[in-house]
Write a protein that binds this ligand. Structure first.
Ligand SMILES: Cc1cc2nc3c(=O)[nH]c(=O)nc-3n(C[C@H](O)[C@H](O)[C@H](O)COP(=O)(O)OP(=O)(O)OC[C@H]3O[C@@H](n4cnc5c(N)ncnc54)[C@H](O)[C@@H]3O)c2cc1C
Length: 409
């Protein structure tokens, strides 16, 4: 290992990459590369859609977070050459002594006709902003004297994927749309449907919290289609297949949260992956056969992880601490460790006024759980400084949703 100031390159500024960089302060010349200029606390993207939080709360700038602890480069990684220990960016090539690979996942449209072209993804700030705009445009298109069935037709939205993400998103959309219909004194109701291939929603979720989820779907009047396959998506429709019967729904928008696949950058490594394309890592997070390369988060298959923890921020965050610890050991010639990662509890947003939180074996629901979720997530934001600023803002300025105003107002 280089005698001093080893070059540590980190690809990806998400839960895995950013938290590794923060923990590595002083360990070497740390450089974080991301194609975005900000971190994103994805579990609160639903609240950004509804205006309960602002961009600066959940998407702080890397330069502000990293201070002098690491160099930040905004660029897109195009290729990685493990033999030459170089990383090719759009504008230059960098070499490294230690590489951390954490570019996360991308939306998986599973080859469904029209899905990639027409369905909206929901993973980035811009995705939430686009969806909000589509919801507002749909509302703006309704005549003040429209019949109830016309309002319902104009405000039909489909959310594909009945996991936690689909539930959180659909309940938030339903509350926002219903509030807007009321404020604009329109007749009728919005229609939000959630489509799931399995026979039940949130299959991995514990029974205690499931009851709150089911109640919330009922209260927000989200329609659920289980055992239903999406056959086709177009600009203004979705075709569903249930028990062999096909049905086409006219939609204002289709949002796709039905699954992810590893970032395609993984293919440039030419390394062993599991059947889902995840990189196989040692219990120390080192990539097999490359002791100076560490991988974590949504692109890595870690052997000792319960299925419900795989592909979560909770896991990436815990792995980041182990990763930084092991990089320090690797540099100093010390012993690298493995770790059993714990489930830190579940917290789901359920519309704009409710949530359900499972922690320490107990579940709470309703408005109190919504506050608890905000408090819990404040504690998981990066850096003390940012946590304090956000905590103070939420405490003193509140976290009320921002109504869907007509565009241009
Ligand atoms: C809407 C939503 C809600 C979620 N809610 C929860 C939740 O409540 N609880 C939970 O535990 N998990 C949740 N997750 C999952 C969680 O966000 C991920 O598991 C976690 O972000 C994985 O961390 P990561 O570091 O692997 O990837 P990410 O956080 O996705 O970070 C990857 C980073 O790499 C960058 N990048 C990608 N490609 C390149 C490239 N070629 N060049 C440069 N940079 C690149 C990206 O811009 C990004 O900064 C949610 C996910 C979404 C989308």
């Amino acid at each position: 290992m280089a005698e001093k100031s080893p070059k540590i390159l980190i690809i990806g500024g998400g839960f895995g990459g950013l938290f590794t960089a923060l923990d590595l302060s002083g360990a070497g010349e740390v450089t974080l590369i991301s194609d975005q200029d900000h971190f994103l606390f994805k579990p609160m993207l639903y609240e950004y859609l509804s205006g309960e939080v602002e961009a600066w709360h959940i998407a702080p700038n890397f330069k502000e977070l990293l201070n002098d602890e690491a160099t930040f480069i905004r660029d897109t990684v195009k290729n990685i050459n493990l033999a030459e220990e170089t990383v090719e960016l759009a504008r230059r090539t960098l070499d490294y002594d230690v590489l951390v690979f954490s570019p996360g996942a991308v939306t998986n449209y599973a080859g469904v006709q029209g899905a990639e072209e027409f369905a909206l993804p929901f993973r980035a700030l811009d995705d939430a902003a686009n969806l909000r705009r589509r919801m507002t445009e749909a509302l703006d298109g309704i005549q003040p004297d429209a019949a109830p069935q016309d309002t319902r037709a104009a405000l039909t939205f489909a959310v594909v994927g009945g996991g936690a993400s689909g539930v959180e998103l659909s309940t938030k959309m339903a509350d926002l749309l219903r509030d807007a219909v009321k404020r604009r004194a329109l007749r009728g109701e919005p229609r939000v449907v959630i489509v799931e291939l399995a026979d039940r929603l949130v299959p991995g979720m514990g029974e205690e919290i499931r009851k709150f989820v089911e109640d919330a779907l009922e209260q927000t009047r989200v329609e659920t289609y289980t055992k239903t396959r999406v056959v086709r998506v177009t600009q203004n429709s979705i075709t569903l297949e249930h028990n062999g019967d096909r049905e086409e729904l006219k939609t204002a928008a289709v949002v796709w949260v039905a699954g992810v696949r590893p970032n395609p950058l993984i293919q440039t490594l030419h390394l062993e992956t599991d059947r889902r394309g995840l990189l196989l890592v040692e219990p120390t997070l080192q990539v097999r056969g490359h002791p100076n390369v560490f991988a974590l988060g949504d692109i890595a298959f870690y052997p000792d992880v319960v299925p419900t923890l795989a592909g979560t921020a909770q896991l990436a965050l815990q792995q980041a601490h182990l990763c930084a610890q092991n990089i320090r050991a690797f540099i100093s010639g010390g012993e690298l460790k493995s770790k059993h990662f714990a489930e830190l509890g579940e917290a789901v947003s359920l519309g704009t006024e409710h949530a359900a939180v499972l922690t320490g074996g107990k579940v709470i629901g309703g408005p109190l759980a919504r506050q608890a979720r905000f408090a819990l997530y404040t504690a998981r934001l990066p850096t003390w400084h940012h946590r304090l600023k956000v905590g103070a803002s939420w405490f003193f300025e509140g976290t009320q949703p921002r109504p869907l105003q007509p565009l241009g107002v």
